[in-house]
Design a protein. Structure first.
Length: 323
């Protein structure tokens, strides 16, 4: 059986045809339209074309595809197939599933889900969580995203707005967050937060190796910078990394204490630090997990699918319906 997935992004639309195991057989990709008198229609046109390209690339036909799944940013209503709100393109109550049905001649079932949930499902079905009963996915990017799968089903909350893990408070009264709260997990553990802290450290340490690595330009700081400088023994960078890892480990431990999933997988650009990041997070979890004396413990690992997680998870939506 074959499935089709679309990962709708603010910059690109990625589509893929996959098999039962989540293996990608063919791909299609187009830029996401940004303007047009009927922008939702223009976006749906591009999505339909990317889908057809992926099917063609896999040497298949639409009639051979069991279902199409779409992962979209913003707030979505999977039952109605509607993007309720997406700030990037100023979408309000866009009936995306209906628009795609029109363009694909209504030949296959179409499912819609939030992109972070779709990415979590991808890791569960074909990545770090494969074979597990339950998995929590954490993505460390511009913000902190997440999703959870329990007993083979996505958990989204009764109103499809659950698992906004970037916005539980890690430090009451702490750093201001774009959501309006203070001290959110996202304000300490996103790549954005790490970059900001690195720049602050550079400004207070003019002799830091961080300046050499960035050629003296604060705009050259990225998520790798403090880890690279810390590995070379720079004290300022080491303090940034140590603080970041402590916050991340504390956040992971709190999530584990609430959910106790079998697997926590961590993705996003910062996860490319691999065991430099994972090992200390596991150490903190071993220290702070309420169930640390249990025989069965949550496993923490790096996500495996990278940027393909969203499109694979979208493709598999019909197999793992949300609760």
């Amino acid at each position: 059986m074959y499935y089709l997935g679309i990962d709708l992004g603010g910059t690109n639309i990625a589509a893929a045809a996959v098999d039962e195991a989540g293996t990608i057989l063919g791909r299609g990709s187009l830029p996401t339209p940004k303007t047009g008198a009927d922008l939702p229609g223009c976006v749906a046109d591009a999505m339909a074309q990317a889908a057809r390209d992926a099917v063609r690339s896999a040497a298949l036909s639409l009639e051979q595809i069991h279902s199409l799944g779409v992962g979209s940013p913003g707030t979505v209503d999977p039952e109605r197939g509607v993007i309720q709100y997406w700030s990037n393109l100023n979408f309000h109550n866009v009936p995306l599933v209906a628009l795609l049905r029109e363009r694909l001649s209504n030949v296959l079932p179409i499912y819609l889900e939030n992109d972070a949930n779709a990415a979590a499902l991808g890791e569960y079905a074909a990545g770090a969580g494969k074979g597990s009963v339950s998995m929590l996915a954490i993505t460390l990017g511009t913000g902190v995203g997440g999703g959870a799968v329990f007993d083979g089903r996505l958990y989204t909350g009764f109103n499809y707005s659950g698992m906004e893990i970037g916005h539980f408070v890690l430090q009451q009264g702490g750093r201001p967050c774009t959501c309006g709260r203070r001290g959110c997990f996202e304000t300490y553990c996103s790549a954005t937060a790490l970059i900001k802290c690195t720049r602050e450290a550079m400004q207070s340490a003019p002799d830091s190796l961080l300046w050499k690595l960035t050629e003296g330009d604060l705009d050259h700081v990225d998520g790798r910078t403090p880890f690279e400088a810390a590995a070379l023994g720079d004290p300022a960078a080491s303090r940034v990394v140590d603080e970041y890892v402590e916050y991340l480990g504390s956040g992971v431990a709190s999530l584990v204490n609430i959910l106790q999933p079998e697997v926590v997988c961590i993705g996003g650009g910062i996860s490319n630090q691999d065991e430099t990041l994972m090992a200390p997070v596991r150490y903190i979890l071993n220290r702070e997990d309420y169930a640390r004396n249990n025989v069965h413990r949550t496993r923490v690992m790096r996500a495996k699918l990278g940027s393909d997680a969203g499109v694979i998870g979208a493709a598999m939506l019909s197999k793992f319906r949300q609760s």
